[in-house]
Design a protein around this ligand. Structure first.
Ligand SMILES: [Zn+2]
Length: 294
């Protein structure tokens, strides 16, 4: 008799647990509406005040949640800034203070490793070799380097755009990163905000327009930002021209023409995690940009 009652109680517990789990799954599926994919685009050397001087820049301001007051990290140099963009900590913590990759012992997971840890997939497309260091080997399923150094930066930009579009059309991963190096090269060669700089910016924006068109069809939320600005023929100082970059978000939950105010480059990684619905590592220092911010 006692055994029969125990068996009955056990089967009741089992049934109850089973239904609770089933209902739990049902509700969690209700909350998600399609893949929460994220495309992050970095235009190297994009100074915030250059944006309004281009047609597509003005279009982005009107059609995204945006900030023209994003502070990058010091030194305002490409590899340290991208490390901070991906790892949401300052160069002091990640240890990369120049374009030579010298990570500290404190370096933890960045965006790519966190995405991989959540059993999601990631891909990166870039044309400056050192960008490859910002993701750990094996954390991304596609890592395509199209060398600007040998192909020429304008052509390499075009090929990065093409490869990204093809990837998004055919085998889209949860997270995609696209890096464009042409603008920074023109800044160094001809000066920030020079005619050649604006030519490179318009070329970069026309590639981005094509990529966004495909990304929207595949449910991507798109973040467009930069690593640092520049002045004269360089960058790396703590001047506002070097330290202030723009950021745009286009996607579900982010309004159009909405000024997000002051942000930090450290906020990029937590925002990517929020869009993908994954938990950011505790050591990340930035804050996710809230959806439907008013
Ligand atoms: Zn540069």
């Amino acid at each position: 008799m006692f055994r029969k009652i125990s068996a009955l109680i056990l089967s009741l517990i089992f049934t109850f647990t089973f239904f609770s789990l089933a209902i739990g799954n049902y509700y969690s599926e209700e909350e998600s509406d399609g893949p929460k994919r994220t495309l992050l685009i970095s235009i190297d050397g994009l100074r915030q005040d250059a944006v309004q001087n281009t047609e597509y820049g003005k279009y982005l301001i009107e059609n995204s949640s945006y900030s023209l007051e994003v502070t990058t990290v010091n030194p305002s140099v490409t590899l340290p800034c991208h490390m901070s963009m991906f790892h949401s900590v300052s160069p002091e913590k990640h240890g990369v203070n120049s374009n030579v990759y010298t990570p500290s012992d404190e370096l933890g997971d960045g965006i790519a490793e966190t995405v991989f840890g959540e059993e999601m997939s990631a891909a990166i497309f870039y044309n400056w070799r050192e960008i490859g260091y910002i993701v750990t080997e094996g954390s991304v399923s596609v890592k395509e380097y199209i060398p600007g150094e040998t192909l020429g930066w304008e052509e390499a930009n075009r090929l990065v755009g093409e490869a990204t579009v093809k990837h998004i059309q055919n085998a889209p991963t949860d997270f995609v990163f696209m890096y464009l190096g042409f603008l920074d090269e023109e800044g160094h060669g001809h000066g920030w905000l020079s005619e050649e700089y604006y030519y490179a910016l318009n070329e970069s924006f026309s590639l981005i327009e094509k990529v966004i068109t495909e990304a929207k069809k595949q449910n991507y939320t798109v973040i467009i930002t930069s690593d640092h600005g520049g002045h004269d023929h360089g960058h790396g100082s703590d001047l506002p021209e070097d330290m202030t970059i723009p950021l745009f978000i286009v996607g579900d939950g982010y309004g159009k023409g909405e000024n997000l105010g002051k942000l930090s480059i450290l906020d990029v990684a937590p925002t990517v995690a929020q869009i993908l619905g994954i938990t950011p590592p505790a050591y990340w220092e930035g804050t996710a940009i809230p959806k439907n911010a008013k």
